[in-house]
Design a protein. Structure first.
Ligand code: SF4
Length: 335
């Protein structure tokens, strides 16, 4: 079995999705459109062996166990423990509902999980539950987060919070920032909703122009930064965050945040291996025509094809070489 114990850093994730089942049914979730061979799940041995092999190949020292909802797997503590023993840091990307059971949370932490990544869809139950389409999910996620906070008093436990932005919640971002701040996560991630190209027509009502999102997003980020809270924006190209590129996870992804994926793990027997690797979801991304003029195109993840498909003019403004030179020179002067 590959040994990942020599790998050092948490500066990247091998994201695995051993099971696409979920107890939420989020409006925007594209996993539910995938052909799922649920009864044909990979064995624990296969998941561990292949995950460690990908970690060794990619040099990444951390795995993010995603889904679907990974806490639906009763063997999640064993999976976490074996990946930890294989030398990886272990993160769990969960809706947090199962963590309202303190003993289940403690079992995961005892197995080696030291980071939870939890989506929060709104600052109140009505909208959150409307997005997940599960009544009571807001309360259960809040109870799970409260348990994480309580346990964090005693053990090292990282928490990151993600808020997926779409047409139904894009007007409340500053209020959302106020709601998330008391959790003091490692960072807050505002993630513009990804509509996969293959199914975007079904989700058009979720899409909203970047221009409609940006003022509220920047105000929310300012509020968090002013309160000492790290925050990033995801799936928004750097040129739309001009002057605030430090917020732009897409930019950082291209530079430092390595993510390789086994997202379609449970289809592993039926698809080419290459199709399981989704750095930057590259197969879903593309560039606007004007991007060919952009001086930083090589460092930009581009835009989702779904966004380009429904937007006549995608609002992006290329960087010129002169602009980049001026900004680098200005930075040198101030450093
Ligand atoms: S490549 Fe295109 S989307 Fe990316 S920063 Fe440049 S203009 Fe913007």
């Amino acid at each position: 079995m590959p040994d990942a114990s020599a790998l050092s850093g948490p500066t990247g994730f091998v994201i695995i999705a051993p099971d696409l089942r979920c107890n939420n049914n989020c409006l925007y979730c594209y996993d539910k459109d995938k052909p799922q061979a649920i009864e044909d799940l990979p064995s624990l041995d296969e998941i561990v062996t292949r995950t460690l092999a990908v970690a060794v190949d990619s040099g990444l020292g951390r795995v993010g166990i995603s889904g679907g909802e990974p806490t639906l797997r009763p063997d999640l503590p064993e999976l976490a423990s074996r990946l930890r023993q294989g030398g990886l840091g272990v993160s769990v990307l969960t809706n947090g509902r199962a963590l309202r059971d303190r003993s289940w949370l403690e079992a995961l932490v005892a197995a080696g999980v030291d980071h939870f990544h939890v989506p929060v869809h709104a600052d109140h139950a009505g909208l959150h539950d409307a997005v997940t389409r599960v009544s009571g999910s807001f309360r259960e996620t809040q109870e799970g987060l409260a348990n994480i906070l309580a346990l964090r008093e005693h053990v090292h436990l990282d928490l990151t919070l993600v808020h997926v932005i779409h047409a139904h919640n894009c007007n409340g971002l500053e209020s959302m920032a106020r709601f998330l701040l008391p959790y003091r996560p490692v960072y807050v991630l505002f993630s513009y909703c990804v509509i996969q190209a293959g199914s975007y027509e079904k989700y058009l009502d979720l899409m909203t122009p970047y221009a409609a999102v940006l003022p509220g997003l920047l105000a929310a980020c300012d509020f968090l930064l002013q309160n000492g809270q790290a925050v990033y924006a995801d799936n928004i190209p750097p040129c739309l965050l001009r002057g605030r590129e430090h917020l732009c996870l897409d930019f950082q992804k291209a530079n430092t945040l390595n993510i390789v994926g086994l997202k379609d793990f449970n289809l592993s027997e039926s698809v080419e291996d290459a199709a399981m690797f989704q750095p930057l979801n590259a197969h879903e991304r593309s560039y606007a025509q004007v991007c060919t003029q952009c001086a930083i195109k090589a460092f930009c993840g581009g835009l989702y094809q779904s966004y380009l498909a429904v937007t006549d003019s995608p609002e992006v403004i290329p960087y010129t070489a002169a602009e980049i030179s001026q900004r680098l020179a200005a930075r040198k002067c101030t450093s």
